[in-house]
Ligand binder design. Structure first.
Ligand code: 5RP
Length: 267
């Protein structure tokens, strides 16, 4: 691995433990003004100090993050379909590698849609992006997207999708946690991080999912809605960080969440 690529990866996966708490705020690229992300700047600013990296589009980066921010930015560079379509897989590369470099991105991210109508295009997009980005030492994060078919999230499917992503050159892969997740992790030769998916019933559920994913081989999270849609987002990201970086149990982390959430309420 080149020095530049290693350096970028180590800004995201923290050298102390090889883990990461990424904050995902890229939802608007196909969902528009997502709940609690209507004003990205207001959502991002209080969470920024507790995130190891932020995943976002160039539009939100330019308009809603202070350029003084000393955090690695993982730039989503795929898109082209909105939530109004039944099939979300018709994505292409929407942001150039040149633009990613100009924005000083630490990595670029793109979705692949294995088994969907546009599977072929999305996998070829990944391969092309890897070819170009790696010329400049820019790592690629592949996202194993399922579009509206959330039921696809099982170990058999995700193992297939993650392995395909790694085989095409993704340096790390974002996927979902599922039952039997260890099988997904064992058959994927690059680090895996998990998305949170739609908001779970409780904050404790999200902390338990994080703990389980780590125990089964993930190196962290790239979590969005289960953080910014929490009633206490800053408390929640710190609680997730406690699980990821301090090996806290979900109950210990939830205790921290409650303390911090109380402080915010009475501040
Ligand atoms: C969709 C995405 C998202 O836009 C987002 O990053 C997912 O985060 P979460 O599920 O935790 O809200 O990658 O494929």
């Amino acid at each position: 691995m080149d020095w530049g690529l290693r350096n970028r990866m180590s800004r995201i996966l923290q050298p102390a433990d090889g883990r990461t708490v990424m904050l995902a705020v890229d939802h608007g690229y196909f969902l528009g003004p997502t709940h609690h992300l209507e004003k990205p700047a207001a959502t991002i600013a209080p969470l920024l100090p507790y995130a190891d990296a932020i995943m976002l589009t160039r539009g939100v980066l330019r308009t809603s993050v202070n350029p003084d921010a000393d955090k690695p930015m993982v730039l989503r560079v795929s898109g082209g379909t909105s939530v109004l379509q039944e099939d979300l897989s018709n994505e292409t590369i929407t942001t150039s590698v040149k633009e990613a470099l100009r924005l000083n991105a630490a990595a670029v991210a793109l979705s692949i849609f294995v088994g969907a109508r546009h599977e072929h295009e999305s996998i070829v997009n990944l391969a092309h992006l890897v070819n170009e980005a790696e010329e400049y030492g820019l790592p690629v994060l592949a996202v194993t997207a399922v579009g509206k078919e959330l039921e696809k999230r099982d170990a058999r499917y995700l193992s297939l999708a993650c392995r395909i992503a790694a085989e095409h050159g993704a340096r790390f892969v974002k996927t979902y946690h599922c039952e039997g997740f260890h099988k997904v992790a064992e058959s994927c030769p690059v680090p895996l991080i998990i998305a949170g998916g739609p908001k779970l019933d409780t904050d404790l559920d999200a902390l338990e999912m994080t703990r389980n994913a780590l125990e089964e081989g993930a190196v962290g999270v790239d979590m969005g809605r289960n953080i910014f849609q929490s009633d206490a987002p800053a408390a929640m990201i710190q609680a997730v960080g406690k699980v990821v970086h301090e090996d806290a149990s979900p109950d210990e982390a939830y205790e921290l969440f409650r303390e911090l959430a109380r402080e915010t309420t009475f501040a």
